[in-house]
Design a protein around this ligand. Structure first.
Ligand SMILES: [Zn+2]
Length: 448
C-alpha cells in the first residue's frame, strides 16, 4: 500500500499545525490550526469574517493547497486536542473536505464553539466524538486509534493510523505525566505495544517544541506543589492576591481554585476565555468545581464582580484572570492599567502560573504588563509552571517505546528540529535515510 505524508503547516513555526497521511486511496488529516501570533501582530483583525486565502497569505492558517497533490479521499479530520494551534483553522478549511471532524469529547466541544463563532463560512462537517482507547475504520484496510496522552489541556490524544505497512503515530503535543492532576496518566503501555505488534511503527511524527531542553518535563503535580507552596507563603497577607494562568489549562485552574479555599479566599474566574474553558469542562463533567464558584466573561458582570470584591474586602477573594502573556486586552493587563474597579495596593500579590512563551511579541507585552502592575505596587510571583511538551529524555523514551522506522520532526522551525535530529542520530537514525527534515507544503512518499 502506498503511504504518503503531506506536511502542510507547523513545520516552519510553532502554530498552524496540519498534516495529512495518505494510505492507499484514503487520507486522514491531523490538526488544522491557527498561528495566533500572525493574527495578533495586526491591529483589529477579525478572523471570524476573513476568507481562507487571506488568512493563508497572512501565514495564519495552513496553506492546504498541497492537498490537491494527494490522490485519495479524506476520511477524517482529527484535531488532537483543543489548543488553537491545532483546531483554530477548522472553521476556515474543514468545509473543503467531505469528511467528519473526529476528536475526543472535550476537543469536539471546543471545535463546536469555534464553528459557532465563524461568520464567513458555513462549516457543516459532522462532529464525531471518539475517546482514547477507541478505534475507527479508515477505508477497507486501515484503522485509526486514539492513545491517551497528557498535555496542558485535558482530553489530549495521539492518533495512530494502523496500515498494512505499519503504524503511523502522530505524536504532537504531550508530556509524559505519570501523576497528572485531573486525568489519567499517559498510556505508555499502549505505545510500547504499538511499537512491538504487527509491522511495528512505520513513521513517527514528533513535536520538537522542547527537544532542546535536557532532562525530563516535570509532572503537573510538580507545578501543583509549587503553586501550593506559593499560596501558603502568602496565606497571612490581608490584601489583594490575583492569579493568572492559561484559561484552557483546566488542571491548573482546578489547583488554583482548591488552594484559594485552603488559604481562606473565595476563588472567582474572570475573563471571557476563563469562563469558556472552565465552563465547558464543568458542563462535560471533567471537573467538579465548588457549586458557588463564580465564572464571569462579560465585561459588565466582571466589573460588577470587581466592585463587589472591593466593597466586601479584597482579602476574602482570589480573582483568577486572563492575561498571563500580557495580552493587551486581557483582564490582568486592564487591571494593570487601572481600567477595572479592582484597585491594586502596595504589596498586593500577582501570581503568574505560566511561563512567558519565548517569542518577542509575548515577551514585550508581558514586560509591559508586569511594569504596569509593579508601578501600582504589586509583588510578582512568576514562572509557577511546567511545560506541556516533552524534553530530551521524554523523546528518548518515546523512540525507545515505539522503535519507528521513519521520523518526521514537527511543531518547530529548522533550528528547533536540530536538537531532535541530534538525539535521533545518537540512536542510529540518519538524515535523508530515515529522518525526514521537511517544511510546510511538502509531501514525503514513505512506501511506493
Ligand atoms: Zn497543545
Amino acid at each position: 500500500m502506498e503511504i504518503e505524508i503531506a506536511t502542510i503547516g507547523g513545520y516552519e513555526e510553532v502554530g498552524r499545525q496540519m498534516t495529512a497521511v495518505r494510505a492507499g486511496d484514503d487520507i486522514v488529516i491531523f490538526d488544522m490550526g491557527l498561528n495566533l501570533s500572525q493574527v495578533l501582530i495586526h491591529d483589529n483583525v477579525e478572523t471570524e469574517k476573513m476568507h481562507s486565502l487571506d488568512l493563508i497569505d497572512m501565514g495564519a492558517i495552513p496553506d492546504d493547497r498541497v492537498m490537491s497533490e494527494l490522490e485519495g479521499d479524506v476520511q477524517a479530520i482529527v484535531p488532537t486536542h483543543g489548543h488553537l494551534d491545532h483546531i483554530g483553522a477548522i472553521s476556515k478549511l474543514a468545509h473543503r473536505y467531505d469528511a467528519p471532524v473526529v476528536a475526543t469529547p472535550f476537543t469536539i466541544e471546543l471545535v463546536k464553539q469555534q464553528l459557532q463563532g465563524e461568520s464567513k463560512f458555513n462549516v457543516d462537517n459532522d462532529l464525531k466524538k471518539m475517546s482514547a482507547g477507541e478505534t475507527m475504520s479508515i477505508g477497507d484496510r486501515c484503522e485509526m486509534e486514539f492513545v491517551h496522552v497528557t498535555h496542558s489541556i485535558i482530553d489530549a490524544i495521539n492518533p495512530v493510523l494502523h496500515t498494512p505497512e505499519g503504524a503511523i503515530v502522530y505524536g504532537l503535543d504531550k508530556r509524559m505525566d505519570h501523576s497528572p492532576v485531573v486525568e489519567d496518566p499517559i498510556d505508555m503501555e499502549r505505545f510500547r505495544e504499538i511499537g512491538r505488534e504487527g509491522e511495528g511503527v512505520l513513521c513517527y511524527i514528533e513535536d520538537c517544541t522542547n527537544a532542546g531542553r535536557k532532562g525530563r518535563t516535570p509532572s503537573e503535580s510538580v507545578a501543583r506543589r509549587h503553586l501550593q507552596d506559593v499560596m501558603q507563603s502568602v496565606e497571612d497577607y490581608d490584601g489583594g492576591i490575583v492569579a493568572t494562568t492559561f484559561s484552557s489549562h483546566i488542571s491548573r485552574v482546578t489547583s488554583l481554585v482548591e488552594f484559594a479555599r485552603d488559604i481562606g479566599r473565595q476563588p472567582v474566574l474572570l475573563g471571557r476565555s476563563m469562563e469558556k474553558y472552565s465552563g465547558t469542562a464543568e458542563r462535560l463533567n471533567y471537573v467538579d468545581f465548588p457549586d458557588d464558584l463564580g465564572m464571569y466573561g462579560h465585561r459588565k458582570s466582571v466589573d460588577r464582580t470587581f466592585k463587589r470584591i472591593m466593597k466586601e474586602g479584597k482579602e476574602d477573594y482570589l480573582p483568577i484572570v486572563t492575561g498571563h502573556q500580557g495580552e493587551p486586552r486581557a483582564m490582568l493587563t486592564r487591571m494593570g492599567r487601572g481600567e477595572t474597579p479592582y484597585e491594586l495596593d502596595d504589596g498586593d500579590k500577582v501570581i503568574f502560573s505560566a511561563r512567558v512563551i519565548p517569542e518577542p511579541t509575548n515577551e514585550g507585552q508581558r514586560y509591559q504588563s508586569e511594569r504596569l502592575l509593579k508601578m501600582q505596587g504589586a509583588r510578582i510571583y512568576d514562572d509557577i509552571h511546567v511545560s506541556g511538551h516533552l524534553r530530551e529524555e521524554g523523546h528518548y523514551q518515546m523512540l525507545d517505546a515505539l522503535q519507528p522506522q521513519h521520523l518526521i520532526p514537527a511543531h518547530q522551525d529548522l533550528k528547533g528540529f536540530a536538537p531532535y535530529v541530534s538525539l535521533a542520530k545518537g540512536m542510529g537514525y540518519e538524515v535523508d535515510r530515515d529522518i525526514h527534515l521537511t517544511q510546510n507544503g511538502n509531501t514525503i512518499q514513505l512506501v511506493e
